[in-house]
Write a protein that binds this ligand. Structure first.
Ligand SMILES: [Zn+2]
Length: 152
C-alpha cells in the first residue's frame, strides 16, 4: 500500500483512504487497469474520472480514470487547433506534457475519484461540462497541492 506522508497538505486533503483507493485502481487479476488510455473525439478534454467519454460513448472497461492520448497530459501542442497546451491550476499554467502538468492532471482526476467515493478531496465538485466548477476545482487543487505539482 502507498504510504502517504502524515501532515502533507495534498495527501491529507485527498483523504486518509487514498492508499486503498489507489490500490483498488490497480487490481492484480482480470488484467484490468484503473487508468485507461485512448483517443477522444475531441482534444478539449484531457482526462476524465470514469469511462464515460465527452462524446457520449464509453470505454468497455470501467476505468477509474481515462486519459486522452492526444490531450495535454502527453502533448505540449495540439496539432488540430495548432495551439499550445497549457493546464491552469489556480492561476498558474503548466505546459502540456511536462511532469508538473501530468501531476496536476492526474491529481485533479484522483480528487474526483476521492470526492465521488466520499473519501476525501473536500470541496471538489463534479465539473464535467461546467467551467465554473472546473475553475473552482482548479483553485482548490492549487491551494491543496501546489507544492506536490511544483515538485515535478
Ligand atoms: Zn474535473
Amino acid at each position: 500500500m502507498l504510504q502517504t506522508e502524515q501532515g502533507s497538505g495534498c495527501a491529507k486533503w485527498l483523504g486518509d483512504g487514498i492508499g486503498a483507493i489507489i490500490d483498488s485502481m490497480f487490481p492484480d487479476k482480470d488484467n484490468r487497469a484503473g487508468i485507461g488510455y485512448g483517443y477522444f473525439s475531441d482534444n478539449d478534454t484531457w482526462a476524465i474520472k470514469g469511462g464515460n467519454l465527452p462524446d457520449g460513448t464509453s470505454v468497455d472497461t470501467p476505468y477509474a480514470i481515462t486519459i486522452n492520448a492526444n490531450g495535454g497530459l502527453f502533448r505540449p501542442h495540439d496539432a488540430i487547433t495548432n495551439t499550445d497546451n497549457w493546464y491552469d491550476v489556480g492561476g498558474k499554467s503548466y505546459r502540456g506534457g511536462a511532469g508538473s502538468a501530468q501531476a496536476a492532471i492526474l491529481l485533479h482526476e484522483l480528487a474526483h475519484v476521492m470526492s465521488a467515493a466520499d473519501a476525501g478531496a473536500s470541496g471538489f465538485l463534479p465539473d464535467f461540462g461546467n467551467q465554473d466548477a472546473h475553475d473552482s476545482n482548479s483553485d482548490l487543487l492549487g491551494e491543496q497541492c501546489r507544492d506536490v505539482i511544483n515538485a515535478f
